[in-house]
Ligand binder design. Structure first.
Ligand code: ADP
Ligand code: MG
Ligand code: ZN
Length: 480
């Protein structure tokens, strides 16, 4: 059998998190009652005129510079003409001839090391409205709230070879956009959407095979399954000596198969032409440099800094920087408790555990770093036992409560009254003459039994190290 190679290029749409739409002042907020975030411009009324939102250009520049792109200092908008009910103007304002950013790259991790994925271009465009197909009545409704929400479309070169690379690339883009603060990139809400272009060719071939484009992919898992399904379908066709037809296919994740949606249209089908309502955009060198110098620390740099300055392992540094939001909570906690390694440990074990148990998205973790730092300090000072600290942390994670007063109220503070502790220890020693005899004869293992008993009696309000110490003291006394 011949060996085949899969070739994949992605078109990724990212909704920008500007407050207002790209060509009008309507809110971009997700949801809202249908058609409440609309005006004559974004619902395509005759006579209305678009005005470019400068923030959109700024966000596109940030994304482009972070992805090592060249900038078209003179760029402009073009009309992409087509009819569809979610597109009220009968054209979409996009960029074809002079996209704002081009020829960049990002680096992804693969099992074989890091790999560069080239970016052909990034262009600005407006999003379309949303059709709602009524399940009970035979009608479709349209909501224009999303119409005119700014997008950047990021077009890669066909540099990916399998689903893992595709997911890695998407994760990279998502992380980058989130760090830059230009998009929340939520696949579920559609603020990040990927179209997968895929072809198969004989291994070693220098030319590209005929590709199909798959739309309607709204999770990483669906993307991975769609890639595998399409790879198989095309390979079978080639094996049978049949041709792959260039077309747009829709992936049905429930049926785990794709079907042809329409034959692939070409740019020329859309009769693109420069939009006469919008003047060309000029981007000065000063503006580019201003944005370049104000780019935030991105994940890779942060990861390196955590290793160099905070002494964290590459693994921990990697996990803690996956989400900018989580990394900020961690850093503030580390700063306030003065012990980055302790803070990192707590995040790696307790925070991640609760996130996993509760299915919390990193972006939704919401506690005050000072509360965690205070708790860590109390563990350090032995004001609270590690077991109880975990319980308190769960409360912080869920309700962001203030630990000190909670510990007080719940009576979780470690008893500092050494008198009470010694009393309990002696009671327990007296109650267990057999094990005590063994302990006095040097059988140290038995001390574990006593520590357990004492901890139980103290109801977790004693810390094991302190108990062990006090126990040794009392046992020593009895040796004499
Ligand atoms: P169009 O604008 O018609 O969709 P483009 O040439 O802009 O086509 O390519 C769109 C995407 O398809 C790009 O990400 C590109 O890398 C990818 N692509 C193009 N040709 C192939 C191919 N033969 N196999 C896989 N991907 C491809
Ligand atoms: Mg395309
Ligand atoms: Zn509007």
């Amino acid at each position: 059998m011949k060996q085949y190679e899969t070739v994949i290029g992605l078109e990724v749409h990212v909704e920008l998190s500007t407050k207002t739409k790209i060509f009008c002042g309507c809110s971009t907020e997700f949801g809202g009652a249908p058609n409440t975030h609309t005006c004559p411009v974004c619902s395509g009324m005759p006579g209305s005129l678009p005005v470019l939102n400068k923030k959109v250009v700024e966000f596109a520049l940030k994304a482009g510079l972070a992805a090592n792109c060249q900038i078209n200092q003179h760029c402009r908008f073009d009309r992409k003409n087509y009819f569809y009910p979610d597109n009220p103007q009968n054209y979409q304002i996009s960029q074809l001839y002079l996209p704002i950013c081009h020829d960049g790259w990002v680096e992804i991790d693969t099992p074989g090391g890091s790999k560069k994925i080239r970016i052909h271009e990034m262009h600005m465009e407006e999003d379309a409205g949303k059709l709602i197909h009524d399940e009970w009545e035979d009608c479709s409704l349209v909501d224009y709230n999303r119409s005119g929400v700014p997008l950047i479309e990021i077009v890669s070169e066909p540099d990916m070879r399998n689903a893992e690379e595709v997911i890695s690339y998407l994760e990279k883009l998502r992380c980058m956009m989130q760090y830059l603060g230009v998009s929340d990139c939520k696949l579920q809400e559609g603020s990040m959407r990927a179209d997968v272009n895929l072809s198969v060719r004989e291994e070693g071939s220098g030319t590209l095979g005929t590709r199909t484009e798959m739309k309607n992919l709204n999770s990483f898992k669906a993307i991975a399954r769609a890639i595998e399904g399409e790879r198989e379908r095309q390979t079978e066709l080639l094996e049978e000596g049949q041709a792959v037809i260039q077309e747009t296919r829709r992936w049905d994740d429930n049926k785990e198969s794709s079907y042809a949606m329409r034959s692939k249209e070409d740019a020329k089908d859309y009769r693109y032409f420069p939009d006469p309502d919008l003047p060309p955009v000029y981007i000065s060198n000063e503006w580019i440099e201003e944005i370049r110098s104000s780019l935030p620390e991105l994940r890779e740099e942060k990861k390196q800094r955590y290793q160099d300055k905070l002494g964290l392992s590459p693994y921990d540094a990697g996990i803690l920087t996956e989400s900018r939001h989580l990394s900020e909570l961690f850093e503030e906690t580390a700063r306030l408790c003065g012990n980055p390694k302790k803070a990192a440990n707590w995040f790696m074990v307790e925070v991640l555990r609760l996130m996993k148990d509760k299915g919390t998205d990193p972006e939704e973790v919401n506690f005050t770093p000072k509360h965690v730092a205070d708790l860590l300090k109390m563990i350090e000072k032995r004001t609270i036992s590690p077991q109880n600290a975990k319980k308190v942390f769960q409360k912080i994670f869920e309700e962001d409560l203030e630990p000190e007063s909670f510990i007080e109220q719940a009576g979780l503070r470690i008893v500092e009254d050494t008198g009470l502790l010694t009393e309990k220890i002696n009671e327990i020693l007296d109650r267990n003459p057999g094990p005590l005899e063994e302990l006095l004869n040097g059988k140290d293992k038995v001390s574990g039994f006593f520590v357990g008993q004492i901890m139980k009696e103290m109801k977790g309000k004693a810390d094991p190290a302190g108990v062990r110490e006090a126990l040794n003291k009392e046992v020593e006394k009895r040796k004499n």
